[in-house]
Design a binder for this molecule. Sequence first.
Ligand code: MRU
Length: 371
Amino acid sequence: MNLPSALLWEGTADGQLVLLDQTRLPLATDTRTCRDVHSVWEAIRQLAVRGAPAIGIAAAYGVVLAVGKPAAAGVSAGELLRIVEEAADFLSTSRPTAVNLFWALNRMRNVASKLVTTSTSGVQLSEMLLEEARRIHDEDRRMCQQIGSHGARLLADCRGVLTHCNAGALATGGAGTALAPIYALQEMGRSLKVYADETRPLLQGARLTAWELATAGVEVTVICDNMAADVMRAGWVQAVIVGADRITARGDVANKIGTYAVAILARYHNIPFYVAAPSSTFDLSLISGQDIPIEQRAAQEVTSFGAQQTVPSQALVYNPAFDVTPAELVSAIITERGVIEPVCEVTVRTLLEIPAASLIAANPKLSGRQL
Ligand code: MRU
């Protein structure tokens, strides 16, 4: 299957991060090369790299970029530790909602602080940081694969599904979260029809999901966001599947603005509403979704369509990038560890707080309900 890579690292610890520039899709498949931490911050902020897992991976490589050149120039491990902290603090200001960003940066901070001893050289430390960033990237690839196989079982009887925003290969280090089960079914010779909400204002559904599905040979129909109810009433979709930027301990889900409305529509039409996300997207320090910080973006994203202004200059604009869907509207959460169903604090904590190795060894098909 032909899936794009959102990002890749080139070279050794003083190498560079190459991103597929998602601001240019679907018209151009340009890459953007980041050689310092500032260019990674810009790329995340401008959505050249986007989607919760991909943001975390890019930020981890951003930390590697911050230390690569000073390490090669002979800066000590102790001084590099300060540079790591500074870079992580800076990158964490790029976008506030996706918890994967903070999760990945904490992993990088932990590696640096644990490994700095009097005998560690700066070069060794920067190599270890690259190893950790690569590990975050590889783990995400594997988590996508596992989400794909757990989710394929849930979607096995569907003819059509609806998705919102882009939670595919472009948003992760692998085959995606919400789109991974669709790809897994396709590999088994089972094709699904996918309805992609265009996802105003930045059109991740129309520009990105439609592009990556079509490139992979999956039949995709783009609809305006306000057509989802009509598609559901027509009986064309038997499930909704979306990704997430942050999921709280009780299963409230922050995802792209408009997700909450889709979940309400799905409940009204008696269609299951699935969320697919790796464990790195859970924030068990929060209970209520109302405590998730929601990114507010520039008014201009709403007031113009391409170069054309579509809103009078006197109008005020509200432009949150994400909304929160309460757990009660979520039929199940598909993680790499298994399926959480029903969604509540007990089932979320049970699946997420058990050490991964013992859980998977016990039963790879485990669901929250069975625990
Ligand atoms: O603003 P974006 O494009 O970064 O928003 C992305 C989403 O909302 C995705 O659904 C989410 O990050 C999950 S990606 C696997």
